[in-house]
Design a protein around this ligand. Structure first.
Ligand code: PMP
Length: 312
């Protein structure tokens, strides 16, 4: 991609120049952690709004502990780099930002040392819809299980764990589904391939417990707060059985990439009347307005970056 400025090995370079060595530990063994952050461009405001930037950077810095990576950048420095990168690229459309902290040792052997050499990389791309189906998804329960916390912790957002995601999502798509729901080893609902899941039953929201091998999503937290504050709907956070999926009134996925995406059928069983449910629709509308800076009440979740022509 021409003229796409990213951050690599301590400086801003063109994305075409940002290449890791094939002996890099993270490339060979998946020993990296990452974040996905969305930026929403509001043409009326001529402003890019980064959604819950601080929370994403905090999660990145927490998760490096799991892989015993080290990082020389502070939270504020990472945020500043992201803001500079977005301003330099000055795109007038929605974007996705991908920071990674990766084990940059060039050595054979998967073992993690005490002070693993780590690097920070951050790139951004224009990013629209995550799914090609825009109205809702047809999903299956995957025959692959979500990686257990004692195998590769899903809450760590560890690159190597996404081979599990790739198997589950890839097989669902090869069988004609849009995505999948993964279960824990004990057969309870964990999450979508790279999204958290909510069920609606009798006008209540239910989402899987943080101890069921999920990534503790920032969008999940956003949905819980929006539903409570704006719709007076509480969320129950608990272990969910597979058959509860088939009997739910509504189901939706949520995540930075997926945003709020209705699920219309699971294992070829219709959810509700196979149309986008009313609570799902309300949450979807609230979420999109919030991300675009159209609900002032939640503006503290947004980091605004004015388009260049606006900066005096
Ligand atoms: N679960 C997994 C496995 C994911 O990769 C993601 C996407 N980051 C999510 C859930 C949703 O998390 P968030 O809302 O923080 O993007």
């Amino acid at each position: 991609m021409a003229d796409n400025i990213c951050y690599f090995e301590d400086k801003f370079v063109d994305l075409g120049q940002a290449n890791v060595n094939i002996m890099c530990h993270a490339f060979m063994y998946g020993t990296a952690i990452f974040e996905g952050i969305r930026g929403y461009y509001n043409a009326k405001h001529e402003t890019m709004y980064l959604f819950r930037l601080t929370e994403h950077v905090k999660r990145l810095l927490e998760n490096i502990k799991i892989l015993r990576l080290s990082i020389k950048y502070t939270e504020k420095e990472i945020i500043d780099i992201i803001l500079k990168m977005v301003a330099k690229n000055d795109l007038r459309e929605d974007i996705y930002i991908r920071p990674s902290v990766y084990n940059s040792a060039k050595k054979i052997g998967p073992g993690l040392g005490v002070n693993n050499p780590s690097d920070l990389s951050i790139f951004m791309i224009p990013f629209g819809a995550y799914f090609s189906a825009d109205n809702g998804l047809k999903v299956q329960v995957s025959s692959w299980r979500r990686v257990e916390d004692n195998a590769i912790p899903a809450r760590g957002k560890i690159v190597g764990a996404y081979a599990n995601t790739a198997l589950a999502k890839g097989d669902a798509m090869a069988s004609g589904f849009d995505d999948c729901i993964v279960l824990t080893e004990s057969g309870h609902v964990s999450e979508g391939s790279a999204m958290n899941i909510f069920l609606v039953k009798n006008n209540k929201l239910i989402t899987s417990s943080i101890t069921d091998n999920i990534l503790e999503g920032i969008t999940r937290d956003t949905v819980i707060k929006l539903a409570k504050d704006e719709l007076n709907v509480e969320t129950v956070d608990r272990t969910i059985d597979r058959s509860e999926l088939y009997l739910a009134d509504e189901i939706f996925f949520c995540g930075t990439g997926a945003q709020i995406m209705p699920v219309l059928s699971v294992d070829n069983r219709k959810i509700g009347d196979e149309k986008v449910g009313s609570l799902t629709r309300k949450i979807q509308d609230l979420y999109i307005k919030t991300c675009h800076g159209e609900l002032n009440k939640f503006n503290n979740w947004l980091t605004p970056i004015k388009s260049r022509s606006q900066v005096k």
